[in-house]
Ligand binder design. Structure first.
Ligand code: DC
Length: 224
């Protein structure tokens, strides 16, 4: 497979995007772009700087200046902010609660677009988030939208976190999806040219094989 494709994967929390995107990238020898991690790192930068997460312009300034580095190629990608490994902290409850607010600001989203496009320059990347196919990489070679029933997504998230109260997690991800889908700028949508895959009754191993088959077919298709 010689073509180095840009592959966009979007969908709500717990649909299997991160796991599948990371595994797909590893199988293809591609880079993995975890854009949720970028918004999480920006949120942490705001918290540390004492900047109000509602202050779109100040948070956007921080987003432009923040030194965020993703080391995503391995099975466990790391995220660095200003040279410090913040991989654990950005997944904690404080950042998780505030990141939808930060990610909803138009100036913040505009500020992180160049970072995402630079990371993907030259192709050979699997980019995962909420607006990959719709806004950041509208010309992606392949676009997927992963979805699953909310209860299944909540159960997956709870298992990841070792949380036993699945109902609580379901309320949390329901609220987060509502913010992500309802915001004015770059809301979570299934792009019209994306393939929608319902992962409710599929193991993520099966989903990865499905994605790989699509990539293989696309890479072998004659170019126009
Ligand atoms: O995928 P995640 O849970 O790490 O995403 C964290 C938050 O960032 C979530 O509220 C959605 C938002 N996000 C976004 O708005 N756009 C992206 N491309 C990626 C994530």
């Amino acid at each position: 497979m010689t073509q180095r494709l840009t592959i966009a994967i979007d969908g709500p929390a717990g649909a299997g995007k991160s796991t599948c995107a990371r595994r797909l990238a590893a199988r293809l020898g591609y880079r993995f772009l975890d854009t949720g991690a970028v918004y999480r790192a920006v949120t942490l930068a705001a918290l540390r700087a004492g900047v109000d997460p509602d202050d779109a312009h100040r948070v956007a300034e921080l987003a432009r200046d923040a030194r965020i580095v993703l080391e995503g190629e391995g099975p466990t990608g790391r995220v660095h902010l200003g040279g410090e490994d913040v991989s654990i902290e950005i997944r904690g409850p404080v950042v998780t609660a505030l990141v939808p607010t930060v990610a909803a600001h138009e100036p913040v989203r505009t500020a992180v677009i160049p970072f995402q496009r630079d990371y993907a320059a030259g192709g050979g990347v699997v980019a995962e988030g909420r607006d990959m196919g719709s806004v950041v990489f509208p010309d992606a070679d392949l676009k997927f939208y992963l979805d699953a029933d909310e209860s299944v997504r909540a159960a997956r998230r709870a298992a990841e976190r070792g949380e036993t109260d699945v109902a609580k997690v379901q309320v949390e991800i329901g609220a987060r999806d509502k913010t992500d889908k309802g915001r004015k700028t770059a809301p979570l949508v299934c792009p019209p040219d994306a393939e929608r895959i319902d992962t409710t009754n599929l193991s993520l191993d099966v989903v990865v094989e499905m994605l790989l088959a699509r990539v293989q077919a696309r890479a072998e298709a004659p170019r126009n």
